[in-house]
Design a binder for this molecule. Structure first.
Ligand code: FAD
Length: 407
């Protein structure tokens, strides 16, 4: 039985899940969960999807009901920020001056929206989408006929575009690269999503730099592009990625490299300190490299890794990273990561909005991007995990079931 005091910094998806996993694994010592936001741990994915469209209420955002924390003796401190970690004294200072001791510390401070310092920004307020408070502002601003300019064609920007269209607003996506999702998806998928969004009335400015914002008294009136064109708008959402909140760890002397560096148990260079979720750079044993992932499954996985290590349980088996995105009636599910890919195999029909793209390295699948194709996602995920050789011809043939592909 361990009565060690566990202190968790960051009450987001990873932090909240770690507290629950610790109790699940039988940790009996005190658990304190400190969060800067004034809310109990909640889910961010619906903020750009169902919740933004008014299809999910606040309670549905919550990770667990409020009673869970009291019932499990998890001491929650909200609306307060951790400002300093003293590793020698094993204590953390909070923004209200309180000092909390720990035996084991878990850093789960997540990431924040990357900001753009654009000329004209002082006259034209921009929105970002990371927290529920951000989402409240966005939701209050989107209305039928409003013109929304979204800077950045990543998943969050595209999901907001789809939700805005559902709410009757106009949407234009401005992307610096020649294609949307350039960092995270293959060109076929980028083309597919571009066409699908266009069909739903979203406009795209690709290969386009934002030179300045125009507006008055905080109200935006236009985005000016690098080529001089003006795109009139009523609101501007910046969706250009996220930065890890690693400063606290860095100041405490923990190695960071685009994320707090952790091992397979989510442990940092300090054996008493773990880090989990979006803030980490973690090993991906399946791919023999380290990476920073931003996804709910990753937050849950690392919460489990840390809780297992702290309570002396076996680590969870190596997982295949995965992710999803919902836009219109499209469910995108991605398993694996497309490192060092030789070629692609397409299964199904993009014109029917039902297909999967397999990223191949030799005869093994590295990653699969599946649109409205849960069997391809599940089957692909299993094959990636097993690194079983597959025949490209069989994989490309939808008449051969995913179960049979590998045999
Ligand atoms: P967070 O959820 O960011 O939580 C970190 C918490 O720590 C925050 O509450 C922060 O305020 C707090 N914190 C930071 N610094 C301090 C400090 N010094 N002291 C105290 N507290 C601090 N993932 C998917 O898999 N699928 C999706 O469809 C998807 N959609 C998304 C849509 C949106 C709009 C967003 C923003 C994210 C989406 N994600 C999605 C990503 C997913 O939500 C994140 O990967 C996940 O929330 C990471 O959890 P986390 O606990 O590491 O970080």
């Amino acid at each position: 039985m361990s009565l060690r005091r566990v202190l968790i910094l960051g009450a987001g998806h990873a932090g909240g899940s770690a507290a629950a996993a610790l109790r699940h694994f039988g940790h009996e010592g005190p658990i304190a969960l400190v969060g800067e936001e004034p809310l109990l741990p909640y889910q961010r994915p619906p903020l750009s999807k169902a919740w933004l469209k008014g299809e999910a209420d606040e309670d549905e955002l919550q990770l667990r009901p409020a009673s869970f924390y009291a019932e499990n003796d998890i001491h929650v401190r909200l609306g307060v920020r951790a400002t300093r970690i003293d590793r020698d004294a094993k204590q953390v200072t909070l923004s209200d001056g309180e000092v909390l001791p720990y035996d084991v510390l878990i850093i789960a401070t997540g990431a924040r929206a990357r900001r753009l310092d654009l000329p004209g920004g002082e006259m034209a307020r921009t929105l970002e989408l990371r927290t529920q408070a951000d989402a409240e502002m966005l939701k209050a601003s989107i209305a039928p006929g409003k013109r929304l300019a979204i800077v950045g064609g990543g998943y969050v920007g595209l999901e907001v575009a789809a939700s805005a269209r559902a709410l009757g607003a106009e949407a234009v996506v401005i992307e610096r690269e020649p294609r949307i999702l350039a960092r995270v998806a293959c060109p076929l998928l980028s083309d597919f999503f571009t066409a699908y969004h266009r069909k739903h009335g979203v406009r795209f400015e690709l290969d386009a730099a934002v030179a300045a914002l125009e507006g008055e008294a905080g109200e935006p009136s236009a985005v000016r592009l690098g080529d001089g064109r003006r795109l009139p708008c009523d609101l501007v959402l910046i969706g250009v990625g996220a930065l890890p909140n690693q400063e606290l760890a860095e100041a405490a002397g923990l190695p960071c490299h685009h994320g707090v560096v952790v091992d397979e148990e989510a442990r940092t260079a300090d054996p008493a300190i773990f880090a989990i979720g979006d803030v980490t750079r973690r090993p991906l044993p399946l791919y023999g490299r380290s990476f920073r992932l931003e996804s709910v499954p990753n937050a849950l996985e690392q919460a489990k890794q840390a809780a297992a290590a702290i309570t002396g349980h076996k680590p969870p088996p190596h997982e295949v990273p995965w992710f999803w995105s919902d836009q219109y009636d499209l469910k995108l599910q991605i398993a694996g990561l497309p490192f060092d890919v030789d070629d692609l195999v397409v299964r199904g029909d993009p014109d029917q909005a039902r297909f999967a793209v397999f990223h191949m390295k030799g005869d093994a699948i590295q990653a699969v991007e599946a649109i409205n194709s849960p069997a391809e996602f599940m089957g692909g995920k299993l094959l990636i995990g097993a690194q079983r050789p597959v025949s490209r011809e069989r994989l490309a043939d939808p008449s051969i079931s995913m179960k049979e592909v590998a045999t």
